[in-house]
Design a protein around this ligand. Sequence first.
Ligand code: PMP
Length: 406
Amino acid sequence: MSLDPGLVRKDFPILQRTMRGKPLVYLDTAASAQKPQAVIDAISHFYANDYANIHRGVYELSATATRLHEQARDKVRAFVGAAEAREIIFVRNATEAINLAAWSYGRSNVSEGDEVIVSALEHHADLVPWQQLCLEKGAQLKVIPVDDDGALDLDAYEALLSERTKLVACAQVSNAIGTHVPVRDIIRLAHDRGVPVLLDAAQSVPRFEVDVQELDCDFLAFSGHKLYGPTGIGVLYVRGEILDQMLPYQTGGGMIEQVTFEETTFARAPERFEAGTPDIAGAIGLGAAIDYLSELGMANVEAHEADLLHYGTALLEEIPEVRIIGTAKEKTGVVSFVVDGVHPHDVGTILDGEGVAIRAGHHCAQPLMNRFQVPATARASLGVYNDRSDLDRLADAIRMCLELFA
Ligand code: PMP
């Protein structure tokens, strides 16, 4: 059964509201997805009925909250195909997940003269932590180039891999231009040389099925809020064998085994990496988002977005003043563009006046903007609740914008 956006829209209360007197067209899901009622209900039900702190309570309410929190972890485990729940570490967001990997794995595995490889597509969240680690350690950051369409140059990547490479970190889908990166090839070529791979899956897990065992990745990072879940919760998956070698990221309560004034022994994963009271309601809300998406079916979500991407791209291509940035053959979910003679921020503002919410800026990918020699782009990104009429309204609003600037 395919996805019916008309029905899906009804699940998202915010989409019933108007914006500047017009029905809201939300085309900024790559920045953050709107929330279905099921997620909102799961969070408020938890606070109203089952709330207590987890782990340390001996009373029933705390045991229930602990069970719900761990159930959410298991939903995430199943959703990304991980073998064990302990491989799922709850963090705040993708940014914290990557910082955790850079701190707990990177700092003890990257030394002077070593190399870390990232791609030219990376969001700053998957670039700056590795760059700073390399600067601190006297290591070198190597960058996989992209071609004029925004696809990765895999030959150049293979040539970058060396016996000094200690890690490859790469986005599965570019938030800025939508390229769907062939991460299987990235992983295979790295593993042939014994190099682990971290995937930034912030833009991929909301768009198609991602299975960590099938991909054979070593780390996978994503944010709950882009997956139709709440803000404040994210995930770092770490392959079990690596997990046991990693040092804690933060220390304090909830992550210890034994503490004396002289020394501390640490709990095993995942608690080892989850110091302090976690975002309990956030994890439960994320579990509800995963239930919601699973019911829609990730294959349906993928097919729906592919259809819309195709439709929207064709509409924009009909407007001679529009240039799409990012035309890789494999793309998903995101259309970035510039409009001749109109600054992207002005495009965004004028579209807002028409009730169309898009993003304008560098999309936290400044090196990629430099690669395409643009300071910024306008970006429309898709979600499960969008339909073709949203893209018609986008194209109409761009035409209006051109008339205003003529
Ligand atoms: N990576 C990618 C590819 C992203 O799109 C984003 C968010 N735009 C991030 C990382 C960072 O996510 P967050 O701000 O939720 O930490």
